[in-house]
Design a protein around this ligand. Sequence first.
Ligand SMILES: Cc1cc2nc3c(=O)[nH]c(=O)nc-3n(C[C@H](O)[C@H](O)[C@H](O)COP(=O)(O)OP(=O)(O)OC[C@H]3O[C@@H](n4cnc5c(N)ncnc54)[C@H](O)[C@@H]3O)c2cc1C
Length: 377
Amino acid sequence: MTDTPLEFGDPSDLEQLRGEFRGWLAENPLPERGADEPVPVFLHRWHKQLHSGGWVGLDVPEEFGGRGLTTLHQVAISDELGAQQAPGVPRIGYLAQALLKFANDEQRRRLLPRMLAGDDVWCQGFSEPGAGSDLAGMSTVAEKRGDHYIVRGQKLWTSYAQYSNLCLLLARTDRDGVAHKSISAFILPLDRPGVTVRPLKAHNGDDEFCELFLDDVRIEESELIGNEGDGWPLAMTTVSYERNALDTGHLSKYGLLVERLRAVVGERGNDLPDGLRSEVGRCFVDYEGLVAHTRRRIAERIAGVEAPFDSSIDKLLMTRTEQRLYETAIKVLPEALYEDGNEVFAEYLYSRAASVYGGTSQIQRNIIAKRILRLPS
Ligand SMILES: Cc1cc2nc3c(=O)[nH]c(=O)nc-3n(C[C@H](O)[C@H](O)[C@H](O)COP(=O)(O)OP(=O)(O)OC[C@H]3O[C@@H](n4cnc5c(N)ncnc54)[C@H](O)[C@@H]3O)c2cc1C
């Protein structure tokens, strides 16, 4: 039996899968990151290693390069990775779901196996300087010219675009139409003439974000995903999976840190201020609440329950758990503040972004109020 948090009466083959994966991981451990190797390049190597073992896209149908298993199998592998403190598969779960749902058969057959294998690396070109929370207000335009489109505009916060070769791009195909009904989604190869990718340095020294300038970029009609106007539902599908707690190994990682903090309280309890002990208690309660919530959401997904707005609850709970946990950890574990390159401190810094990426916490509260609780605006 596993002591990882998502053990809750799994199908019989799940334990076997976890065992196989642990065996594989023991023989194919996380590689060393090179001294000057950028994190995305290192993660891409790890992605390819996982794929070579058959551990990417477990819940994607076999005809599109996956293993045709269930969400639960995919979650179990993410969970095992988190429990080993190993990074998960980078940034593809939610993109794969968008293609599965909206791309045509030819696009799915061509793009999904390459995405899962890491042969194509995708970024997400949604946000713009004037359109983040208000995504429907985007101003990038794709003008139809016979069998192709000409795209003009600017994207912002495009994570790791400089390490990607394809972009899932949103652009307006009807300037005069209703805002969210006139957005379309495209596959944009980043080496197209007219595309400029400019990385930006963040406060933690990472160059995760990029600006993307699109100056009269030609996109073929065959690179439109779905139909014109499908961009909004595609974007909502993408962010609902991005906001979802299930596809990450984060829970296991949080669980390990909560246990570490509890151990310190056990050893140094009387030396710690009362307030700090209570904070560790809150972290434990948040974590247990998130685990219970995630179990329910997994069960719903397996039962085929469509509850897209509930991903806003996932996102809020994850953000609260993660931010409180790392805030507490840097107070309880003094080395976090003094050690060069300390991982807990790095995670603390990154946790500040959780209330922004994939839609801010205020926007999640708006969605819960309007769409789930049906409160008047
Ligand atoms: C780490 C990270 C990675 C990211 N990666 C990508 C990526 O790969 N691709 C991509 O397209 N985008 C990416 N983003 C951008 C992200 O989606 C946006 O930052 C986010 O949607 C918020 O938009 P904004 O930054 O323009 O803030 P704004 O929309 O300008 O919001 C500013 C503030 O106003 C509040 N606010 C705005 N509207 C309302 C309202 N109606 N009610 C209440 N409060 C409101 C917001 O909550 C926020 O606090 C990333 C962001 C981060 C932090």
